[in-house]
Ligand binder design. Structure first.
Ligand code: ADP
Length: 486
C-alpha cells in the first residue's frame, strides 16, 4: 500500500503525535471510567452494609424495649406501657420498612422476607396488646410472640452480617477486575504506542535522511543520479531544489571541461610549434649552433616538453573527473583485453628512459584476460612505470608483477628508489600533491600522475594502494569483470 504523506513536515509531526497519543488517551479515559464505576459501587456497598447492620442492631434493642413494655402491661395492666410500646413501635416499623426498600443485592430477598415476617409477628403483638386486657394468658402469648420476634431479629442480624461480607467480596472482585482490565490495557497500549512511535520516527527520519544523502552526494561531486526525496510536500520541494542545484552543477562541470579543452588546445598549438622549433635548432637542421646556443635550445625543448605533459595531464585529469562526477559509462570503452600485452606495450615505450638510467627491469606476468578500457589501463601502467623509473637511482631495479587473486587481476610495480614515507601513502594520490623528497630532489613532475591512476582504476571499480616496502611498491587490484551497478 502506498502511504500518502501530508503536505507539510509540521503536519506529519502533529499527526504523528496525535496518533501516538490516541491509545494513551483512550487508556486514560477508560481507566478513569472504571475507577468512577468502582467508586460508585463501593459507595453503594458501604451504604447497604452500614444500613443493614445499624438497623439490625437498633431493631434488636427496640424489640427488647418493646418486649419489656408489653410484658409489663400483661402483668400490671398499666396503659402507659402500651403507649410507650406504641412509640417504640413506630421506629421499629420504620426501620423494618428500610429493609424492605433495600436496593437490589443478592441477599435482599432474604432480608426482605425476614423483615416481613418480623412485621407480621410485631403486628400480632400489637393487636393483642390493643385488644386484650392484662392476664396470665396474654403474658404467655406475648412470651411466645417475642420469642419468635427475637428469632426474626437474630435472623436479620445474621443476614446483615452476611450482607457486609458479601458486599466486601463483591467490592474485592470488582477491584481485581478493574486491576486486570488496566493491566491488559497497558499490555496492549504500550507495545502499540511503541510500534507507532517507531513507525512515525521512520516516516519522519526517512525524508531527512534522503536529503542528507543527496547533499552528501552533491558534496562528493557525484552528480549522475537524479535527486528524488519522498516525504511531505515541503520536503519533496526541497529535494526538487537540490535536484535543480545538481543540474546547475552539471552545467558548470560541462562548461569547465569545455573551457579546459579549449584553453589546452589553444596552448598546445603554439607549444608544439615551440618544441618543434627548438628540436630543429638542437638537431642543427637550421644551421650549426655553438655549444651555448645548443644548451639554450635544449632548455627550451625540455621546458616545452614539460609544459606539453602538464597540459596533457591537466586535460586528462579534468576529463576523468567530469566523467566520474556524471557517472558516464561511456567514459570507459570496455573490451576484453590482456593486461600482459598492455604492460609489454608500455615497457616498449619506456625502453629509452630505462636505458638512459641503466634500470634493470624484471617482468613476472601471468596472462590475465579481463574486461577494461585498454587506453586508460595503459595510462595507469605508464604512469606507475614512469614514476618508478623517474624516482629510481641510476642502475636501480624495477619489477612488474601481474597475477590473479579470486576474480581480480593484481598488478604490482616495484622499485628500489627512496620509497614513499608512511604519512605520504594516501596523500600522493591527491591531485598536485608531491612529496617533499620528490620536490627537494628536483625531480620534475606535476603531481597529477597518481591522481589520474586512481581515477582510472576506480572507474574500473578497482583499488590502488602503496604497500610498505623498502622502495616504492604500488598494488593495483582490478576486477576482471566490471560490476554493472556503477
Ligand atoms: P609526479 O608528477 O610528481 O610524479 P605523481 O602523481 O605521479 O606526480 O606522484 C605523486 C608523488 O608521489 C610524487 O611527487 C612522489 O613524491 C611520489 N611518488 C610517486 N611514485 C613514486 C615512486 N615510484 N617512488 C617514490 N615516490 C613516488
Amino acid at each position: 500500500m502506498q502511504l500518502r504523506y501530508p503536505r507539510s513536515f509540521l503536519a506529519l509531526l502533529l499527526i504523528g503525535f496525535f496518533i501516538v497519543a490516541l491509545p494513551l488517551i483512550a487508556g486514560l479515559v477508560s481507566n478513569a471510567l472504571s475507577i468512577e464505576r468502582l467508586s460508585v459501587q463501593s459507595q453503594q456497598a458501604v451504604y447497604n452494609a452500614t444500613l443493614a447492620t445499624q438497623n439490625a442492631r437498633q431493631l434488636a434493642a427496640l424489640s427488647l424495649a418493646m418486649e419489656r413494655s408489653a410484658r409489663f402491661y400483661a402483668v400490671a395492666g398499666e396503659r402507659e406501657m402500651v403507649e410507650s410500646y406504641k412509640k417504640s413501635r413506630v421506629t421499629f416499623q420504620a426501620l423494618l420498612a428500610q429493609f424492605l426498600a433495600l436496593p437490589s443485592t443478592p441477599l435482599a430477598p432474604d432480608l426482605r422476607a425476614s423483615a416481613e415476617a418480623a412485621q407480621l409477628t410485631e403486628n400480632a403483638v400489637f393487636t393483642s396488646l390493643t385488644t386484650k386486657s392484662s392476664s396470665p394468658q396474654l403474658a404467655k402469648q406475648l412470651e411466645r410472640d417475642f420469642a419468635e420476634l427475637s428469632m426474626r431479629m437474630e435472623s436479620l442480624t445474621g443476614l446483615s452480617n452476611q450482607l457486609v461480607e458479601q458486599e466486601v467480596g463483591t467490592l474485592r472482585a470488582a477491584a481485581t477486575k478493574s486491576k486486570n482490565q488496566v493491566l491488559w490495557q497497558l499490555l496492549a497500549i504500550i507495545p502499540s504506542a511503541l510500534l507507532m512511535i517507531a513507525g512515525f520516527t521512520y516516516l519522519l527520519a526517512r525524508p531527512v535522511r534522503e536529503l542528507g544523502i543527496a547533499i552528501h552526494r552533491l558534496g562528493e561531486g557525484k552528480l549522475a543520479r537524479r535527486i528524488q526525496v519522498s516525504g511531505p510536500h515541503d520536503i519533496e520541494q526541497l529535494g526538487e531544489q537540490l535536484d535543480w542545484l545538481r543540474q546547475r552543477l552539471i552545467t558548470l562541470e560541462d562548461q569547465k571541461t569545455r573551457f579546459f579543452q579549449h584553453v589546452s588546445h589553444e596552448l598546445k598549438t603554439p607549444l608544439t610549434a615551440l618544441r618543434e622549433g627548438s628540436e630543429l635548432l638542437t638537431d642543427g637542421v637550421v644551421g650549426p649552433l655553438t655549444s651555448e646556443q645548443r644548451e639554450v635550445a635544449e632548455i627550451l625543448r625540455q621546458n616545452s616538453l614539460t609544459l606539453e605533459k602538464l597540459i596533457q595531464d591537466l586535460l586528462t585529469y579534468s576529463q576523468a573527473q567530469s566523467a566520474d562526477r556524471l557517472n558516464q559509462k561511456t567514459a570507459l570503452d570496455i573490451q576484453p583485453l590482456q593486461l600482459k600485452d598492455l604492460i609489454d606495450e608500455v615497457v616498449a615505450t619506456q625502453k629509452i628512459a630505462m636505458v638512459a638510467k641503466v634500470i634493470t627491469l624484471k617482468l613476472d606476468c601471468d596472462k590475465t584476460t579481463m574486461q577494461g578500457d585498454a587506453a586508460k589501463l595503459r595510462v595507469v601502467i605508464d604512469n606507475l612505470l614512469s614514476n618508478s623509473i623517474k624516482y629510481s637511482p641510476v642502475g636501480g631495479t624495477v619489477a612488474i608483477r601481474l597475477g590473479k587473486h579470486k576474480d581480480n587481476a593484481v598488478l604490482e610495480v616495484i622499485d628500489n628508489g627512496p620509497g614513499i614515507a608512511a604519512e605520504d601513502r594516501e596523500k600522493i594520490f591527491d591531485p598536485f600533491y608531491r612529496s617533499k623528497t620528490a620536490v627537494s630532489s628536483g625531480t620534475k613532475g606535476t603531481g597529477l600522475g597518481l591522481a589520474i591512476v586512481r581515477d582510472y582504476v576506480e572507474m574500473h571499480r578497482g583499488t590502488v594502494s602503496v604497500i610498505a616496502a623498502a622502495g616504492a611498491r604500488f598494488r593495483v587490484i582490478l576486477p576482471k569483470q566490471i560490476p554493472q551497478n556503477r
